[in-house]
Design a protein around this ligand. Sequence first.
Ligand code: UDP
Ligand code: MG
Length: 322
Amino acid sequence: MNTQTLCIVVPCYNEQEVLPITSKLFLEELTHLIRCGKVGEGSRILFVNDGSGDSTWDIISQLARQDEHFIGISQSRNRGHQNAVLAGLMEAREKFDVTISIDCDGQDDIAAMEAMIDAYHDGCDVVYGVRSKRETDTFFKRFTAEGFYKLMRLMGAEVVFNHADYRLISSRVLQEFSKFHEVNLFLRGLIPLVGFKSTCVYYERHERMAGSSHYPLKKMLGFAFDGITSLSVKPLQLIFFFGCFVAFLSFIGIIWAVAAYFMGKAVAGWASMICILCFFSGIQLICVGVLGEYIGKIYLETKARPRYIISARTWEEEDSHS
Ligand code: UDP
Ligand code: MG
């Protein structure tokens, strides 16, 4: 019999339509896992109400009264998906051995939890849920979402392709993660920074069971921008390279202006004006780029992230999951 306790963390924002449907599915999966002996009796489903304006919190309180496996916490106001997941994970960190975060709309395959728990028992501390197909998404959503991951990579933010926030994290990883104090949260980029053994579990993404998405294109673009700027200083470095490129173009411009002057094709004063303009615009961008390099370093310093994380010590007891 396994006594390792699991906490399923579910962020909910104005989800009164879908919660009554998916809460049953979460409970079914949890009782299945308990019955198979894969997780302990003390496992729970933790709903995080993210300052909903509808009856989401009433539904959560009612669920908690009906079945001891349901528990809930409520944020004082809406803080967004990432903060809601963080609140749930930090709440669960000391009380449970392992957590799985999942959206409450049933889009992520709840049955994939079993494979995640198996991977955990095999020694993985982080298991990423990865969407194998996006057939139920519209072409537009698929195109923009996949472009999102590619852009992130290009800009130096390492993320697992097609992985959203459906993932298993062990309590010891959460313990280390709690040392990351940054306010701009982008969990899918930060968890890989913590390290430890990880793997992926593939599943098909479904359609929302009820209600509507809270992530229209505008929010998604903002989210991508947030992810890039909070994980990477590459955009600042790009200014420097762009500056060098402009300086090179300016150099050609100067040669051209001087040549035009000597060929007598230039109006008086034009060549010297162009030379000065090209020279200074190149110099200025390079200088801004150098400033950018320093600002990037200051930015990373202000995050005060841990500089190293120890995953094992020979003199400590063998850390076994099962
Ligand atoms: N969510 C949240 N706070 C917010 C917006 C969303 O907790 O401010 C939750 C929401 O209830 C859902 C999850 O985050 O469980 C993902 O949101 P949604 O399904 O609307 O996004 P999509 O899957 O369309 O990208
Ligand atoms: Mg969704």
